[in-house]
Design a protein around this ligand. Sequence first.
Ligand SMILES: C[S@@+](CC[C@H](N)C(=O)[O-])C[C@H]1O[C@@H](n2cnc3c(N)ncnc32)[C@H](O)[C@@H]1O
Length: 452
Amino acid sequence: MNATTATLSEILLSSSRCLAAVQTGHSLTEALVKLPTHLRPAVQSVAWYAMRHWGLAQAWRDFALSRKPAKPWLNCHIALSLLLLDAAMIEHGQAKEASPQTPLDKQCPRYTPHTLVDQAVHAVELAKLGKPASGLVNAVLRRFQRERHAFIKAVTNNAVAQWNHPAWWIRKLKANYPADWQNILRANQTPPKLVLRVNRRRASIEAVMSELLAAGHHCHALGENAISLEDSAVVTALPGFDQGHWSVQDLSAQRAAPLLDIKNGQRVLDACAAPGGKTAHLLELADIELTALDQDPMRLARVADNLTRLRLMSDKVSLRVADARAIEQWWNGQPFDAILADVPCTASGVVRRHPDIAWLRRESDVMQTTRLQQEILDALWQTLATGGRLLLVTCSVFQEEGEGQAQAMLTRHADAKRLPAPGQILPCAANARAPGHDGFFYAVFERKACNR
Ligand SMILES: C[S@@+](CC[C@H](N)C(=O)[O-])C[C@H]1O[C@@H](n2cnc3c(N)ncnc32)[C@H](O)[C@@H]1O
């Protein structure tokens, strides 16, 4: 047992440092794993909440300060403290109405306004930034308590504060989805529920459900293979985890493997496999000879761990660290009957589960990943058997990475024929009855015989 209990000032200090890491291009996950374990759960909940409301937090900070402090950490700390103070004032009846951007969702960390201000100032002292910095934080927060309405009014026409995404992202979604952009942005700001995919080789959906219910987890079945949990839980502590009875996988991602329509005995390639969610699903569906590639050795090790836990490892599975584009380095010349190309993408469809993504991406990333995807697809196409299927998957909502990529594929490859597939799936928020789902794109191509 860990005897150390984190104080609120320590939580605020570490959260602000994690948020500052995101500003310099590091993912929140990367920043969180570096923290001492006793701080991690509380910092994660504060930092995720902040990322979902980061447009508003930064706009309020900019309204409060004529000049930003030079220290990135202090900048983030002021923005974060304003956001949490707003939530605290609503919770404790010190604010007449919730501001439109800060509904008190279940994930909102709850403190009293007095404690919050006191501990936010103390965090600056812990960071040894000196009296002027702690005085500044104190003054900004006290002003917010007095003038909250003015802060809210000041950002009413600020789209970034309203939608909590960068301006270029909002512009792009408006252009791509004139009727749906607001629903997409709203869905991105709602936390997802936990969804499991049952490993049909190890357990039935009925057996997994009864184990979960017996352990006190409210859950319900979604179709033949998926289960949605009502409340958040520590995944590794849920019944059936060690036994490999299920995997955590969003409903949209669960649609991938069946689209390849694989049969026993086929040679299948999973070209961008890590951490292996879809690799495992393929192996659950048929007795295949599977090659799983990924260029990242650390991530590929997670595929091995997952397949081992799910009891899916066998001599018919081979894991290779390789760049999918360099086929001469990993392909033995025997064509594959089916290829899963879950290519690297901006991940703009999974912002609800990784809210830092919206703040990590730059507009130029879209063009760069689109080019990388094209190179991977062109290399993989050469390894596909005539009559074989290639499934293009991205967890993105940007059209360049979805329909644009699929159309370009048909233009470059005269022997590619498009088969029916879901196409663009937009993210959908969870509600009391359904867990919602992530945004994904799916296109399936068959390789026709080509008369050259
Ligand atoms: C979207 S993730 C794959 C998710 C995985 N299919 C799953 O369901 O768990 C994309 C993966 O592509 C890998 N990747 C990126 N560029 C690659 C390349 N050139 N060749 C092979 N893998 C690559 C990344 O390391 C990452 O693990």
